[in-house]
Design a protein around this ligand. Structure first.
Ligand SMILES: Cc1ncc(COP(=O)(O)O)c(C=O)c1O
Length: 392
């Protein structure tokens, strides 16, 4: 059988490879502790599940959903944006529910990118920005995110010949994998840059509700003129521990939303309605769960950063997101260090290079690990270090 070049040229999805390695170790009877994937271990809050069960009993929800989502859900999303960010949205034209935000993030390229076009993509980044671009026949241009620039892209260094072919600009704050955050001044600069170079901006913001020490991330939509140039992807996955239910949304520029709606209406048949009702409950019901989850993540963040620090791995405590971006010890590449941890102590972290070449020299450590595993994983790391003779 001969597959398309599109499929043959795709690198394996980062976490598929990691899951394969973990499965191999487990098959050999070894216990593996994973700090790799950003999948909340805390269950979905009970009031959301109750609504889901109730809605699943209703035969009206057993039929095909509309691909643009229930009007009540679009309204709940618009109201949530108004309440959380003071951003007004037209629920019919500027809001579109998604089958998890990954789906929309991957598909938006098909609405903007023709073969030969360029999308400006951060490096390191969530891999779907570049993969979506490539699947649509386009080419990613990588914008390095480095510590010296607070992991923000330096837009002024993008060459003119790249900008001529560029259609989309991807940004993501709070950032995966670096844990960096952006302020409204940065988003204002992005709007101006997009206006100057006729770019459509896609801001990916699934971690805006996962924040620590009282910090409140801002929305790209709060920047003056953002709605004229861009959209923001968001998700219920991380805010409400709903990764398994697959529901997210995109808001902002009506023309961009309409293009994605047209594309999706030919491709998927919407989100199961019981899940849409659960999402309405999440967005409009009690919000205490967010603070409760963040308190748990914050405690884990502090434990992990202290531990990394005590073994000589440099890591700043992130203000938001589910990730710690730590420097690997001298003498190792990201991949070597990751393999060494897996092979020697059965601890899984993600190599920085899995998110792009500028991730070299780093590992990503996720906060979504239950306490028992966390303590065991950290003590294994400490034990391994004490047997090493190299300088950290
Ligand atoms: C930066 C970023 N964007 C989007 C997603 C996708 O989230 P979901 O499809 O669960 O909404 C993730 C998931 O980890 C992510 O890290």
């Amino acid at each position: 059988m001969k597959m398309s070049r599109r499929i043959e040229n795709l690198p394996p999805y980062l976490f598929v490879e990691i899951s394969r390695k973990i499965a191999e170790k487990k098959a050999r009877g070894e216990e593996v502790i994973s700090f790799a994937i950003g999948d909340p271990d805390i269950p979905t809050p009970p009031h959301i599940i109750d609504k889901l069960c109730q809605a699943a009993q209703d035969p009206a929800n057993h039929r095909y959903p509309e691909s643009e989502g229930l009007p009540e859900l679009r309204k709940a999303i618009a109201e949530w944006y108004k309440k959380r960010f003071d951003v007004p949205l037209d629920a019919d034209k500027e809001v579109l529910p998604l089958v998890g935000s990954k789906e929309g993030v991957a598909h938006i390229a098909w609405c903007f990118i023709d073969p030969g076009d360029i999308a400006l993509v951060p490096d390191p980044a969530y891999p779907v920005y570049s993969v979506g671009t490539m699947l649509a026949g386009g080419e990613p241009y990588y914008m390095p995110l480095v510590a010296e620039n607070d992991f923000l892209p330096n837009l002024d260094t993008i060459p003119a010949h790249v900008l001529e072919k560029a259609k989309l600009l991807w940004i993501n704050y709070p950032n995966n994998p670096t844990g960096a955050v952006a302020d409204i001044d940065f988003f204002d600069r992005v709007v101006k840059f997009a206006q100057q170079h006729n770019l459509a901006v896609c801001h990916d913001a699934p971690y805006s509700e996962v924040a620590f020490d009282g910090y409140q991330p801002v929305s790209f939509m709060q920047a003056e003129g953002a709605k004229e140039v861009g959209i923001e992807f968001h998700s219920l996955s991380k805010s409400y521990n709903m990764t398994g239910w697959r529901i997210g949304m995109v808001v902002g520029n009506a023309e961009m939303i309409n293009a994605l709606k047209t594309f999706k209406s030919n491709l998927d048949s919407g989100i199961p309605q019981a899940i849409q009702y659960a999402a309405i409950e999440a967005l409009t019901g009690p919000q205490d769960c967010i603070q409760e989850h963040n308190a748990i993540y914050q405690r884990r963040r502090d434990l992990i950063v202290d531990m990394l620090d005590s073994v000589g791995l440099e890591a700043k405590p992130p203000k938001a997101s589910l990730y710690i971006w730590a420097k690997v010890p001298q003498g190792y590449t990201s991949a070597e260090f990751t393999n060494e941890l897996l092979e020697k102590v059965g601890v899984v972290v993600t190599p920085g290079t899995g998110y792009g070449s500028s991730g070299e020299g780093y590992i990503r450590v996720s906060l979504t690990i239950p306490d028992a595993g966390l303590v065991k994983g950290l003590s294994r790391l400490a034990g391994w270090r004490s047997t090493k003779k190299i300088a950290w």
